[in-house]
Design a protein around this ligand. Structure first.
Ligand code: V47
Length: 353
């Protein structure tokens, strides 16, 4: 059976077949992914009203792609107090944010309570607010630095009010590429183990893939298939988020930056390969809003949210530093021909615009 027929018949693809998808022309691939997306969500494009908070840039790890982290010697390092974090949350709640997405660098200075206390205080003040926090890389860092097991850290997160886990820290699972990108950080097997343990607690999470640097197409397919295998066991992933590598101000210059076509192909292929992950998010901060909107025709059904402030990818050159006002966001989605649907963090529909 040829590849296109297999996709249309929803027969699961292998590593080799996933790689072969890249050889299809963009429009054929887009059409195949769009058929799947339309069958699931029709004309809807999902987003949420959220706030990204990055409470510290002080990091014990060194990832070549990162332009955000500061070592202990960096004069531009910062660590927010709980009061400062709560002040940000107060303002965002006034702006109708329903999700706080907290991602920190790996802070070796302030102890586990600095992390957990922030979640607890947010939840105590705003029980309805969804706290999405702690990438698997942070969980792993805390176990290494402060001597806890994964189970203990995950239980602490739940006790202190974390609702779901973001998908960060996955980067690229291939061990050789990972060794080059972020030696010493959470391994691929550990990243998957942490999400599995989280899912076993009845909780949901997302999964990212950082692409467009030194990895090959085969590495991307391998990354997707490792996620698909875990999802078969747990069903706990909500969304897959291919993050387009941003190239400024970091230590990685020898990269194969992807064309717009390559980015769109990767979105479309992820929609096809990941037959068991409900949502594919074109994170507008790394794709640019224009490409993220076009990606809604290439298999994606989600854009992330209004964000308010972004520090990680904007340090590396993205233009998403100040988020996007709700009216602009909704207007752009409508102009692109889609129906904007505000969702909560777990994809329950809140409002159709
Ligand atoms: O894991 C760091 C990435 C991630 C760069 O779960 C970079 O809904 C591009 O995971 N170029 C953190 N990316 C952010 C993240 C995320 C974002 C949006 C939504 C969700 C979700 C999760 O940022 C890290 C890393 O892969 N990152 N540097 C860079 N130069």
């Amino acid at each position: 059976m040829d590849l296109i027929t297999k996709v249309r018949k929803k027969i699961r693809l292998t590593q080799e077949e996933g790689e072969a998808l890249y050889e299809l022309d963009l429009y054929t691939l887009g059409e195949l992914a769009d058929e799947i997306r339309k069958e699931k969500y029709g004309n809807k494009s999902y987003f949420n009203i959220n706030r990204h908070i990055n409470p510290t840039n002080v990091c014990a790890d060194v990832c070549k792609f990162c332009a955000y982290s500061a070592t202990r010697k960096n004069p531009h390092q910062y660590t927010m107090s709980h009061e400062k974090i709560l002040e940000i949350v107060d303002n965002s709640v006034k702006n109708h944010a329903k999700e706080m997405h907290l991602v920190s660098a790996h802070n070796p200075n302030d102890g586990v309570e600095w992390y957990m206390g922030a979640f607890r205080k947010i939840k105590a003040k705003y029980p309805e607010l969804h706290v999405k926090a702690m990438t698997a890389a942070e969980v792993d860092f805390i176990t290494r630095e402060y001597g806890h097991s994964y189970d203990e850290v995950l239980d602490m997160m739940i006790e202190n009010g974390v609702d779901s886990m973001p998908g960060g820290g996955a980067e690229i699972f291939d061990e050789e590429v990972r060794e080059y990108l972020c030696k010493g950080k959470v391994t691929s097997a550990q990243w998957l183990e942490i999400h599995e343990k989280w899912h076993q607690r009845g909780r949901e999470s997302n999964a990212t893939m950082l692409f467009g640097h030194v990895e090959t197409r085969a590495h991307r397919i391998d990354h997707m298939i490792r996620l698909r295998n875990l999802q078969d066991r747990t069903g706990g992933f909500n969304a897959f988020i291919p993050l387009v590598y941003q190239r400024e101000n970091n230590y990685m210059k020898n990269c194969n930056f992807p064309s717009g076509q390559e980015v769109l192909k990767t979105y479309a292929i992820s929609r096809i390969i990941l037959d068991n992950i409900p949502h594919i998010k074109a994170y507008w901060v790394t794709a640019s809003i224009n490409l993220a909107l076009i990606a809604q025709e290439f298999g994606c059904d989600d854009l992330d949210g209004t964000i308010e402030k972004e520090s990680i990818q904007s340090a590396a050159g993205s233009e998403g530093a100040h988020g996007m006002p709700l009216d602009d966001f909704v207007g752009l989605i409508k102009n692109a021909g889609f129906t904007p649907v505000e969702r909560d963090s777990l994809y329950n529909e809140l409002k159709v615009y």
